[in-house]
Design a protein around this ligand. Structure first.
Ligand SMILES: [Mn+2]
Length: 319
């Protein structure tokens, strides 16, 4: 049996992918993202696999037709599982369900969904892996997670998941991340992976320094706190959060300029505002802008000259 696992490179991606590997023994693993899933599907269709699992990959509306075309390249014998928790319209959900086994819920993380989908085929340690994914993706208040936090010591689960979250800030996206999948599949806890522990500690030290940087340089425009070009790669979600906090704002943005573009991570603070919906209102008002994500965490890119206008529009839509 030829098995393939395609998953995202963040902690929910790695944990849901690990559960995929445990459910589909011997699987080849590929880390992918919403913008390139269609290309990866084209590539793996050539291997004529028996089972494919895709987890934690949002279905990109702009790429939907490409994705459907890629899916049509698989032979009839291939079963394709698509397990995800990113927003997806009812119409696309229906169309996608016609060619894949779609398991889609908003609320739980992808790792929880993978665990629930494949539970009967999984070893005992897969449960903790699902909980690590839930903690990492802030999806730790579902009926499933609340029930199972009570099966262990919740504080230890948060430490283990936190080690992964922190270490990933400092890890090369593809190569070393895949090692984490193999280690977790073998039953190794993050605290038993020496490089993960030391990278996590290093990343935590850097994070505290980043906080001080944001405290010094964050600016505020209306209800939005933002920081530009923090002096290190990564840490974008975290510095967006810090920018909101230190400016006492409802929304925080960590922005990075590259060439003529400003690329942003956007987070909310003490607010129920749906950032994804907010962006869907603002983005069409700007040329060459793109963005989206979850209610609580989004990414966006606008041209450099539009950045002030973007902030202004976001602020206006918010009130
Ligand atoms: Mn996720």
């Amino acid at each position: 049996m030829k098995h393939i696992v395609l998953t995202h490179g963040d902690v929910d991606g790695l944990t849901s992918g690990t559960i995929g590997v445990l459910a589909l023994p011997g699987a080849d693993v590929y880390l992918t993202r919403p913008s390139q899933i269609h290309q990866d599907l084209y590539r793996v269709a050539k291997d004529e696999p028996d089972v494919v699992s895709i987890s934690d990959i949002a279905v990109n509306v702009a790429r939907f037709d490409d994705i459907m075309r890629a899916l049509s390249r698989f032979p009839d014998k291939t079963t394709i599982h698509w397990t995800d928790h990113h927003p997806l319209s009812a119409r696309l959900k229906r169309r996608l369900s016609q060619c894949v086994e779609l398991f889609h819920e908003i609320g739980p993380c992808a790792a929880e969904l993978m665990y629930r989908k494949f539970e009967d085929a999984l070893p005992e340690h897969a449960l903790r892996i699902a909980l690590y994914g839930a903690i990492a993706d802030y999806c730790d208040n579902t009926p499933f997670t609340r029930r199972h936090f009570d099966d262990f010591d919740k504080r230890t689960l948060y430490l283990e998941s936190g080690l992964l979250v922190q270490a990933l800030q400092e890890i090369d996206y593809r190569r070393e991340s895949k090692d984490i999948i193999w280690s977790m599949a073998l039953g190794l806890e993050p605290s038993a992976m020496p490089n993960i522990v030391s990278l996590a500690v290093q990343a935590t030290r850097i994070e505290h320094q980043m906080f001080q940087y944001v405290q010094q340089y964050a600016k505020k425009m209306g209800p939005i706190g933002y920081v530009l070009d923090v002096p290190m790669g990564g840490y974008r979600g975290k510095t967006a959060k810090f920018a909101a906090y230190v400016t006492d704002s409802e929304i925080g943005i960590s922005a990075r300029t590259s060439g003529d573009e400003v690329d942003m991570s956007i987070r909310r603070r003490g607010s129920r505002v749906d950032l994804n919906r907010l962006l869907n209102k603002v983005i069409p008002q700007l040329d060459n802008a793109q963005g989206g994500g979850h209610p609580a965490a989004c990414g966006a890119a606008v041209s450099r000259s539009d950045f002030p206008r973007f902030l202004q529009l976001m602020g206006e839509e918010l009130v």
